[in-house]
Design a binder for this molecule. Structure first.
Ligand code: ATP
Length: 361
């Protein structure tokens, strides 16, 4: 799905507390040894703030699940340190960390009721019975499942099972909740609903959420900040609008929404690459524009997308660019000679990627 500036504008502005909760410092993770070793993460460093909704975003195989598992304690780093509240977590087993994880497969106990599923972890922690009862009631009301406390998972819809998994993970009041593609099993409509629910839960509980997803639209809609990852490296960290408007590298520009990546020489910025969002490109018929400033070209395809029209234009230089126009005003058909133009500030210089960005083979 395509993400436009309008979609990004709807994402919430960051309400980020500046206090660091999790510090990932120079973390490398290699699986195996010798020539067959897979380096899933290379010297990754990032800070996750208290009370924020932080997302690890990247294509399949970029290392985001590995980073989540390292924070949870299911894996050990080959090098580097992960600390929480300034305390090195390295020797702390998963169940001793103030961290809980919601997995893609909800991993509910089928023979237990909803309430028993939620209470299970609290009982293992040896919490007093009265406290357990109160916590179960509290988290059930948070996820709006009070009426379903006595049902078994098989008697719930996928979305309801997801809520139970969330309630169970939130019940011990963790400092950090890790979410590994938690919405991927849901259909599109339910997914949208649950995105809002997750955001609300994060705000209401104040727990720091770390979400892993490969869905850029999901990341933009839900996160306070996003770390864009590729081939074991973090390429950029920032608020959704910042990443969309000022992508740091070619990969980030291309992975988040759509981008025209043009040789800088084409726009008078030799030696580099500039990214221009298709919605920032104007088209006018050759000779009919407000001025002849712009680059001449020929429309190769025109695709009606409902609210937008997407034009593909081959410039005289042979470079292809896309223009996404809100109203179909300067309607031009395939084969028309046009002039493509944009405001200078729409040109975003982007760096080459430090590694060959993209999914691992
Ligand atoms: P996806 O979105 O597909 O889950 P991801 O970004 O979460 O991908 P990871 O699961 O972190 O990626 O995997 C990163 C790399 O490490 C991949 O090349 C993967 O094959 C490799 N990898 C992960 N776990 C292991 C393991 N236990 N043994 C060997 N290689 C592994």
């Amino acid at each position: 799905m395509t993400v436009t500036a309008a979609a990004v504008a709807h994402s919430r502005s960051p309400a980020v507390a500046a206090r660091t909760l999790v510090e990932v410092a120079g973390v490398t993770k290699a699986f195996g040894t010798g020539p067959g070793a897979v380096v899933a993460l290379s010297a990754v460093s990032l800070s996750i703030f208290e009370n924020e909704f932080f997302t690890l975003l990247g294509p399949s195989g970029c290392g985001k699940t590995t980073l989540l598992r390292l924070i949870a304690g299911f894996e050990h780093p080959s090098a580097g340190v992960i600390s929480l509240d300034g305390r090195d977590l390295t020797e702390l087993p998963p169940h001793k960390r103030p961290v809980n994880t919601v997995f893609q497969s909800y991993a509910l106990f089928p023979h237990m009721t909803v309430a028993q599923n939620i209470a299970f972890g609290l009982e293992r922690l040896g919490r007093p019975r009265a406290e357990i009862g109160a916590r179960v009631a509290h988290v059930l009301s948070l996820v709006k499942l009070e009426a379903m406390a006595d049902r078994r998972p098989a008697q719930l819809s996928g979305g309801q099972q997801q809520r139970v998994a969330l309630a169970r993970a939130l019940a011990p009041a963790p400092r950090l909740l890790l979410l590994d593609e938690p919405l991927s099993a849901l259909d599109q409509k339910l997914r949208r609903e649950m995105q809002g629910e997750l955001k609300r839960l994060q705000r209401e509980t104040g727990v720091t959420f770390v979400l892993v997803t490969h869905d850029q639209e999901e990341a933009l809609a839900m996160s306070d900040r996003i770390a864009v990852m590729s081939t074991g490296a973090v390429l950029q960290i920032g608020a959704p609008a910042e990443i969309y408007d000022r992508p740091a590298t070619c990969f980030v520009a291309d992975f988040i929404g759509e981008a025209n990546l043009l040789p800088g020489a084409l726009v008078g910025r030799p030696g580099g690459t500039v990214a221009i969002r298709p919605e920032r490109v104007q088209l006018s018929r050759a000779g009919e524009g407000p001025s002849d400033k712009g680059l001449p070209g020929t429309v190769t395809t025109m695709t009606f997308l409902g609210s937008d029209v997407l034009y593909e234009v081959t410039l005289a230089s042979g470079v292809a660019i896309k223009a996404r126009l809100r109203d179909a005003a300067p309607v031009v058909e395939a084969g028309s000679a046009v002039v493509a133009s944009w405001a200078t500030e729409a040109e975003r210089p982007v760096a080459e990627d430090p590694v060959a960005a993209g999914p691992r083979p």
